[in-house]
Design a protein around this ligand. Structure first.
Ligand SMILES: [Zn+2]
Ligand SMILES: [Zn+2]
Length: 395
């Protein structure tokens, strides 16, 4: 019946999206006006980005720091032989815009754990994950919760996979983590200091078939979240589990953990004409003291290593976020041993590095900085960085 209706339509009335718009709840304009971030441009990421481009999602931000290798070509619809050696994020953004010139895709050639400021997350409608490690998932989870954005995780192994939907203030990724997950994440962190580059390589066996199944579910969930005024059922707080050997699938429901550390919400965000490159800790303390009155504390969302000390007595300044430290950064120049470092995550008016710029100690551009007096918090967004980070989306 519906086929007949389609065939009777005049060709000149149709556009690229006409068949999608036959779906009663579909809103193509809404999709065109949506901004979605895809983290990871590997097997799942390729399928996610392909789907977003086909559907005409207007603004796509692609985050990945790896380069394309020949082995990626069996699972990556967006890459060709000629792309081997290029950055995944760049090639993926290019392909997305070739698939559909209506979309604007930009690449952030960055590490999701260390380099993407909260201001970026705040601009997104939904975040999609195509990742192979828990550390990155946890970083996305914490960032999304702080700025109240839903994110949809995907994971595959051989023929199996799952897709999970996390919508604040419901159960989050950290709520689902088991002791084994924590053990693996801590092991990975300690290894990261020694052999970060080796650890970064995802070597999980995957197929283009399981990635397309799981990414399909993720994007379908995204569509429902974006059309949130249509009251469609979603997987919020739940996970879809797919067994590729039997083609059985089922849905699991997650419970919120009372003591979960990821449920931080940044409520009162001020857009400040500041850049991480030029604003100092002292500037922020000064502004916050004026606003809140009296002595204030900057509460950083990550540790900053300040100084390192060696058993031989040698000392040196580090001033970098701990999550950016590599083994070589804490090797003693005098004796070659690994040094112990001190780290802080708060800054007050009597700190001895008030003059340092945020970017110079490893904080990302377009970040949001929490400051408190007693239990009262305010959050300053470094909004002057928006153009440098996301400007390409609005060209
Ligand atoms: Zn949680
Ligand atoms: Zn030494």
């Amino acid at each position: 019946m519906s086929m007949d209706i389609e065939f009777e339509k005049n060709d000149f009335e149709e556009n690229r999206y006409s068949r999608l718009e036959l779906i009663p709840w579909w809103n193509q304009e809404l999709l065109h006006n949506s901004t979605v971030m895809v983290v990871g441009a590997g097997a799942i990421g390729n399928e996610l980005i392909k789907n977003l481009a086909l559907l005409g999602v207007g603004k796509i931000v692609i985050v990945d720091m790896d380069k394309i290798e020949q082995t990626n070509l069996t699972r990556s619809i967006l890459y060709r032989m000629k792309d081997v050696g290029k950055y995944k994020s760049e090639a993926a953004a290019q392909s997305a815009m070739e698939i559909n010139p209506d979309v604007r895709a930009i690449c952030l050639n960055s590490n999701i754990v260390t380099d993407i400021g909260l201001g970026v997350f705040r601009q997104m409608d939904v975040v999609l994950g195509g990742l192979d490690n828990r550390e990155a998932r946890l970083a996305i989870n914490q960032s999304c919760y702080k700025v109240n954005k839903p994110w949809i995780d995907g994971a595959i192994e051989v023929l199996n996979g799952f897709a999970r939907v996390f919508v604040p203030p419901g159960p989050c990724y950290e709520c689902t983590m088991t002791e084994t997950d924590w053990r693996l994440i801590n092991k990975r962190k300690s290894c990261a200091l020694l052999t970060h580059d080796q650890m970064l390589e995802g070597k999980t066996p995957t197929t283009p078939t399981s990635s397309s199944v799981i990414a399909g579910i993720q994007v379908q969930e995204m569509l429902k979240l974006l059309h949130n005024d249509r009251n469609l059922p979603t997987l919020a707080g739940k996970g879809y589990v797919f067994n590729g050997l039997t083609h059985d699938s089922f849905v699991v429901e997650y419970q919120q953990k009372e003591d979960c550390m990821s449920h931080d919400l940044y409520e009162d965000i001020r857009e400040m004409p500041w850049s991480a490159r030029t604003v100092s800790f002292g500037d922020i303390i000064e502004e916050a003291s004026r606003e809140l009155g009296g002595s204030v504390v900057i509460e950083l969302d990550r540790d900053i290593a300040t100084t390192a000390t060696c058993v031989c007595g040698h000392k040196k300044d580090i001033f970098n976020t701990v999550n950016r430290l590599r083994g070589k950064d804490i090797v003693c120049e005098k004796c070659g041993k690994s040094m112990q470092f001190e780290a802080i995550h708060t800054v007050t008016a009597d700190s001895d590095f008030l003059g340092r710029k945020l970017f110079d100690v490893g904080l990302p551009l377009y970040h949001i900085i929490a400051v408190r007096k007693g239990m009262k918090y305010i959050y300053y967004e470094l909004s002057a960085d928006k153009d440098e980070v996301l400007g390409g989306l609005f060209e």
